[in-house]
Design a protein around this ligand. Structure first.
Ligand code: PRP
Length: 207
């Protein structure tokens, strides 16, 4: 379980971490950048920060190792974790889309994705019996190499699609970063978590 007293925050490595720290500071927390490049866990002042791959954030928060965290709605839905999701932070906006080589025709028989559950649910919804193949990164490569006829992946700027002559055929969902909270922590550290939730909800558009 998390340390008594201080909040433990699970943040994904990279840009979302920096944007999350900026949001928490704007919400009143004093947080140092901390740790150095390779530190995975550090005391940042008003909270302990633990860093991980974004797909692991729901697990750390659901199991109570972290009291709260920041993760994309796309990852949250894929994980199916039982978390409280009190704030849409608005940043890291992207869409989860069905992608094919430009001009591809015919039924897709195999679809690759880092999001196998959401992909399978989507295929059921549209009446497709295509096989789902789970990959862990650079998913568009599956389309380029013939591993799959289509992929379901994140589109943010569209630069990856343009650079690889791929096209977005359908949008499964739109995603932004969410502040997520462990259910037990909401009781055990209710005062600090509720104050943080209120402050995050009331952040100005620019901070
Ligand atoms: C993500 C996603 C796409 C790309 C989309 O990959 O999987 O490949 O970004 O962004 P764009 O529309 O702005 O080009 P990421 O760099 O996170 O790496 P990954 O594929 O290894 O997860």
């Amino acid at each position: 379980m998390s340390a008594p007293g201080k909040l433990v925050l699970a943040l994904p490595k990279g840009r979302v971490k920096d944007e999350s720290l900026a949001a928490f500071r704007a919400a009143g927390l004093t947080l140092a950048d901390g740790g150095g490049d390779r530190a995975l866990r550090y005391d940042a002042g008003d909270a302990v920060v633990i860093e991980m791959r974004n797909a692991d954030v729901p697990t750390y928060v659901e199991l109570g190792v972290a009291d709260a965290g920041v993760v994309g709605k796309d990852v949250l839905l894929e994980a199916g974790a039982r978390l409280v999701e009190p704030v849409d932070l608005g940043f890291a906006a992207c869409r989860l889309s069905l992608i094919r080589p430009r001009g591809a025709r015919g039924t897709a028989l195999r679809v690759a994705s880092k999001y196998p559950r959401l992909t399978a649910a989507y295929l059921r919804r549209v009446g497709s019996s295509a096989e789902v193949v789970k990959l862990n990164g650079n998913v568009e490569l599956a389309c380029l190499t013939g591993l799959a006829d289509a992929v379901v992946d994140v589109v943010q700027t569209g630069a990856t699609l343009a650079a690889n002559d791929l096209e977005e055929v359908d949008v499964l969902l739109r995603s932004t970063a969410r502040f997520v909270v462990n259910r037990a922590s909401l009781k055990l550290k209710g005062d600090s978590l509720r104050a943080l939730i209120d402050a995050l909800r009331n952040l100005p558009d620019a901070y």
